[in-house]
Write a protein that binds this ligand. Structure first.
Ligand SMILES: Cc1cc2nc3c(=O)[nH]c(=O)nc-3n(C[C@H](O)[C@H](O)[C@H](O)COP(=O)(O)O)c2cc1C
Length: 336
């Protein structure tokens, strides 16, 4: 997720081993072959990639995402990324940002399935020659869903090995609801695996998305930032046949945010930028956690790092969740 999920975030969110894979922010391709440093900036994990490709410190595979509309340029950059160690590539057909769409990238290609095909075909060809898999990340359309099935079929015909579908059009932005039932319609038209994405914030959302889409796998976006233990929660529930992990208490959440700040400070990021990244993360967390909500309100005008970090750990214990920890188990179960 652009501006949100960088290598430090990937390292933290994947460290409990509950994620099967994660994806970089998109590398934007216009018409030139980008220098190696651009790929390294988006995916520092490439620096130590072995035969399994780039991995987070906990050995979770990292997929490198490309965004663009020029098949030749994308193919050349896919070759560059593979040369640097990427083994899994993803093509972005979902970005709704106006600047990206104005330059004919992201979701704008969903207006023309033949262009989706051309892009996937060019990159999948490179992937096949070099042993890298190529996936496509789609929305249900640009303005409406008329071409949802045609675009998915085009991506499959072009050689995408897997489709991740964010169950909304570009026009629908991030507004609920996500139309998970449309993913089932797509699944009926393609034979490659389809991964459901959009608005999975909780165990209940996960199960609803799975049920309505028929997908075995889901992709977690903002939900993983709101509750960094969501993947673990889902995995535990599946592995135990319905046992739920207790909500994660604020101290564990704040410890994670502080470790993130420390990683950024260690990398030399300016303190004001670190504070704004922490606010961005807290802002996503606060809808789901009273401890985060209290800190967000108390710290929203703070711009210096030290008091911000102190505030994350010290303030407002009344509103904190009081469960015993991320691995604590509650007795309630949810029928499968
Ligand atoms: C701030 C932000 C940045 C995003 N950046 C990307 C991106 O770089 N590549 C991508 O495929 N999707 C990106 N997305 C979309 C998410 O991957 C996901 O499809 C979308 O947020 C819906 O899932 P969610 O409801 O679980 O967040 C971004 C979303 C947000 C909110």
């Amino acid at each position: 997720m652009e501006g949100v999920i960088d290598a430090d975030t990937r390292a933290l969110l994947s460290e409990d081993g509950a994620l099967d894979w994660c994806v970089t922010e998109f590398v934007r391709v216009v018409d030139a072959r980008l220098p190696p440093r651009v790929f390294l900036r988006h995916c520092p994990e490439l620096a130590s990639a072995g035969s399994a490709g780039p991995l987070t410190p906990s050995a979770t595979p990292v997929t490198l995402q490309l965004l663009g509309s020029d098949p030749r340029a994308l193919a050349a950059n896919a070759a560059q990324a593979i040369d640097q160690g990427a083994t899994r590539l993803d093509l972005n057909f979902g970005c709704p940002a106006k600047t990206v769409n104005r330059h004919d990238g992201g979701a704008s290609l969903l207006r023309a399935p033949e262009r989706v095909y051309a892009v996937v075909d060019a990159v999948a060809g490179v992937g096949q020659r070099h042993g890298a898999s190529v996936n496509a990340k789609l929305r249900l359309g640009f303005d409406d869903k008329q071409l949802a099935l045609a675009c998915a079929q085009a991506a499959e015909a072009g050689g995408a090995g897997e489709l991740v579908v964010h169950a909304r059009t570009r026009r629908e932005g991030y507004r609920p609801p996500a139309h998970w039932e449309w993913i089932a319609r797509i699944r009926a038209e393609v034979s490659v695996p389809v991964v459901a994405n959009g608005d999975i914030w909780s165990l209940e959302d996960y199960w609803k998305a799975r049920t309505l889409s028929g997908c075995r796998d889901v992709m977690l976006g903002r939900g993983m930032l709101a509750d960094p233990w969501l993947a673990r929660r889902i995995r535990h529930w599946l592995e135990t046949g319905g046992e739920r992990l207790a909500p994660t208490p604020w101290p564990a959440r704040s410890a994670l945010l502080i470790r993130y700040a420390e990683a950024k400070r260690g990398a030399g990021m300016p303190e004001k930028v670190i504070v704004s990244l922490l606010k961005q993360w807290l802002n996503i967390m606060r809808g789901r956690d009273p401890g985060a909500a209290a800190r967000f309100m108390a710290l929203r005008r703070e711009t210096a790092l030290a008091p911000f970090v102190a505030g994350l750990s010290d303030l407002g214990s009344k509103s904190d969740s009081v469960n015993s920890g991320p691995s604590a188990r509650a007795s309630s179960t949810m029928a499968t």
